[in-house]
Write a protein that binds this ligand. Structure first.
Ligand code: AMP
Length: 451
């Protein structure tokens, strides 16, 4: 294993690496260093958590000379606002002893503010494609001075529909430039983009077996439905010492909100949620609250969570197996990052077994199955999506006595009176009612009240 001493770094970079406490470059950092410095086009296949930001930034900063020119020489394009903030942060850490100007720009912020910032002059601009294009066509930002372009998380970018914005930006860039691209997965779209715009790119990739997977302890539960998943989740989360910093992946925005509300009911002020419908401020605040430890639970959707640098996550809980197996790898890669051990938990229903199998095939690893703890109530209640379609139609006009969506209100009130009862409270309830009390089954609760 080589150390940072073995890389041809400058002293200021060595010092900042030392301050960060990093000793060995990660495999992608080791491989990328000389290739990026060579000036050739580079395609790196690496997941988040492999140290890819430094993999491209170290060689770029190594060769970037001091300059007072206004227009940037390095452009870093990333798919989300959060990633802009994070990459700027990483660059600032690395450039602690270098006289360097870095600017991050993204949509949702007043354009004039960014125009003013651009006029101040910058060496590196980190941007989401839309905002960068707006600044470029307003003529405040000139892209002709760009020497190197890094496109990070290209697969996500193309997923989010940024293809045309990327092509528009390419039009404005000088023909002679170095292209560096990082993608976690190689998709047809990514390949097409490389074929059209890259010149004889050098490919660097780290073997699947060398991915953070080795650092992650995985388990899976077979769970019949959404509300049982909730019951299991809450049971697990009761153990605050074990579950110190938990990232929960929800299948979509709607379920993310649902999970968030139910978790907040049980553990007030301990969680936050992010997805693409939340405002930028809300998202940034959520991440901050989670990263600084004010909230121990973050509920997120795939697209928004990918690429975020979240500190020291103890557990990733997958509320569902992902449709695309690679995304599961991205999810669990959020724990056990760099050199720390992490844990991943997967919930899967009967209907989700097929996608779970695809994930196991991709990893060439069978995720060990764990039994649901006895005290976890098996719910009979189904979400609207889980119900057979006939019932779904019925429930629209609320004629069905069988299904009442959402948790029962009086159950919440009763619980709210109790403070910090931990897992034992639920066990008491189970004992008291003997039969499992279904979370949110209003009719069942009514029946029991009358007794
Ligand atoms: P990234 O894949 O760029 O999102 O980086 C993942 C995390 O690993 C970040 O928190 C980095 O600060 C950290 N990191 C990057 N390079 C190293 C390294 N050589 N040794 C230890 N940690 C690192």
């Amino acid at each position: 294993m080589i150390s940072f001493q073995d890389l041809d770094l400058s002293n200021p970079l060595r010092n900042s690496i030392e301050d960060l406490g990093f000793i060995n470059p990660t495999p992608i950092q080791e491989q990328a260093f000389s290739v990026v410095r060579s000036g050739k086009d580079v395609v790196g296949i690496a997941q988040t958590g492999t140290g890819k930001t430094f993999a491209y930034m170290l060689p770029i900063l190594r060769d970037l000379k001091f300059s007072k020119q206004q227009h940037p020489r390095i452009l870093v394009l990333v798919p989300t606002r959060e990633l802009v903030v994070q990459v700027v942060d990483e660059i600032e850490k690395l450039a602690k002893y270098i006289n360097l100007r870095v600017l991050g720009v993204y949509g949702g912020v007043n354009l004039n503010r960014h125009k003013e910032a651009v006029l101040q002059g910058t060496d590196i601009i980190v941007a989401t494609p839309g905002r960068l294009y707006d600044l470029a066509i307003s003529r405040v930002l000139k892209l002709k001075s760009i020497q190197k372009v890094v496109i990070d998380e290209v697969d996500v970018m193309l997923d989010l529909g940024f293809r045309f914005q990327l092509l528009n930006i390419f039009e404005l860039l000088p023909v002679r430039r170095q292209n560096v691209m990082f993608s976690a997965t190689m998709t047809e779209d990514v390949e097409a983009l490389i074929d059209d715009y890259f010149v004889g790119p050098k490919k660097i990739a780290i073997a699947v077996s060398g991915t953070p997977l080795d650092n992650i302890e995985q388990v899976a539960y077979n769970v019949p439905n959404f509300y049982t998943k909730i019951n299991l989740l809450l049971e697990l989360l009761f153990d605050k010492n074990e579950f110190g910093k938990v990232l929960i992946f929800a299948p979509n925005k709607r379920n993310a909100d649902r999970i968030f509300n139910l978790v907040e009911d049980e553990f007030p002020n301990q969680s936050c949620v992010i997805h693409s419908n939340k405002t930028q401020n809300y998202r940034l605040r959520s991440i901050e609250e989670f990263n600084n430890g004010n909230h121990r639970i973050l509920i997120a959707t795939d697209v928004i969570a990918r690429g975020l640098d979240l500190n020291e996550i103890t557990h990733v809980i997958n509320f569902n197996p992902t449709q695309y197996p690679e995304n599961y790898m991205h999810r669990i890669g959020r724990t056990g990052r760099a050199e720390r051990k992490g844990k991943s938990i997967l919930f899967a229903t009967e209907n989700e077994q097929k996608v779970k199998l695809a994930i196991e095939e991709l990893m060439d690893y069978k995720i060990p199955l764990v039994e649901i703890p006895e005290q976890v109530v098996i719910s009979k209640e189904l979400t609207e999506e889980e119900r057979p379609s006939e019932d779904r139609d019925q429930s629209k006009n609320r004629t069905s006595q069988e299904y009442v969506p959402g948790p029962a209100f009086h159950e919440k009130k009763e619980k709210n009176k109790k403070v910090n009862l931990g897992g034992s409270y639920r066990r008491e309830i189970v004992k008291k009612y003997k039969k499992p009390k279904t979370r949110g089954d209003k009719n069942y609760n009514k029946r029991n009240k009358k007794k």
